[in-house]
Design a protein around this ligand. Structure first.
Ligand SMILES: Nc1ncnc2c1ncn2[C@@H]1O[C@H](COP(=O)(O)OP(=O)(O)OP(=O)(O)O)[C@@H](O)[C@H]1O
Ligand SMILES: [Mg+2]
Length: 243
């Protein structure tokens, strides 16, 4: 086994351009097994683009994505989901005509190819794990917190090895964020490696082992949050003096 075996996912000079706009440029990151990695940086820094490219929503313009030692840069999103890469969306888009359970089942059905009864079982289990009740509730009756938990449950129902969470804490209260942090730690306890994008620095400080700071599509800094938060470049670009 090579020295990189503790790295589950890495990028090599990953870039993504949108016509003239450079959303990501030459980004090298590593996600270690069992780690909670924070991705922070100002609006438009390229955080969501990074997740979109990693999950295969669109291909990189340049560079490579290596997952468990294999180059997955050209694999379509549904295959990446099948091999263990899951995410939630910054703007959640639940299937509003379906129930809570049915939404969660979509992960198990499409990524795992389970039969319907198996998918019901899988979805019920992950909903239980996430503390979700009333699984027959229509999505329109759910609270903001329940919707967020449902999104995570849907991702978990694919049995991922990696979970990427894009601004999960936006739009929920501080107490709810605490509850969500406990759940994220519990997910890590299952051996899943996690990337969290957050603007809530209290959450980043408490939850992550390490952070990567993006700015204008580049890696500005990386390291433990306690260290990075004192980096003058990070303070200037993102955190401000009061961090
Ligand atoms: N599909 C797209 N088409 C064109 N431009 C895009 C697309 N997606 C992102 N961009 C641009 O790429 C840059 C990075 O956007 P991105 O959404 O990755 O930022 P972000 O770090 O997630 O910001 P935020 O904190 O506001 O969510 C922005 O300038 C954005 O307008
Ligand atoms: Mg974003």
């Amino acid at each position: 086994m090579d020295m990189q075996d503790n790295v589950i996912l890495k990028t090599e000079k990953l870039s993504r351009h949108f016509w003239g706009l450079v959303a990501l440029t030459q980004v090298d990151i590593e996600l270690k097994r069992g780690e909670i990695l924070g991705i922070i940086g100002p609006n438009g820094a390229g955080k969501t683009t990074l997740i979109n490219v990693l999950t295969g929503l669109f291909p990189p313009t340049e560079g490579r994505i290596i997952y468990e030692g294999k180059d997955i840069s050209a694999l379509p999103a549904h295959i990446r989901s099948r091999i263990g890469i899951a995410r939630t969306f910054q703007i959640s888009r639940p299937l509003v005509d379906l129930t809570l359970l049915e939404n969660v089942m979509t992960g198990a059905l499409f990524a795992r190819g389970l039969t319907c009864p198996q998918a019901i079982k899988k979805a019920s289990d992950v909903c239980g794990f996430m503390g979700l009740q009333d699984l027959d509730k229509p999505v329109s009756k759910l609270t903001a917190l329940e919707i967020k938990k449902m999104e995570v449950a849907r991702a978990l129902s694919t049995d991922p090895k990696i979970l990427m969470l894009d601004e999960l804490m936006a739009g929920i209260s501080s107490d709810e964020a605490d509850e969500m942090m406990d759940l994220i730690n519990k997910i890590r306890g299952q051996g899943i490696s996690i990337c969290v994008i957050e603007h809530v620095m209290r959450v980043i400080a408490a939850l992550t082992d390490r952070v990567i700071v993006l700015d204008w599509g580049r890696t500005l800094a990386e390291g433990p949050y306690a260290e990075v938060s004192h980096n003058p470049m990070v303070i200037k670009a993102y955190l401000g003096e009061d961090a």
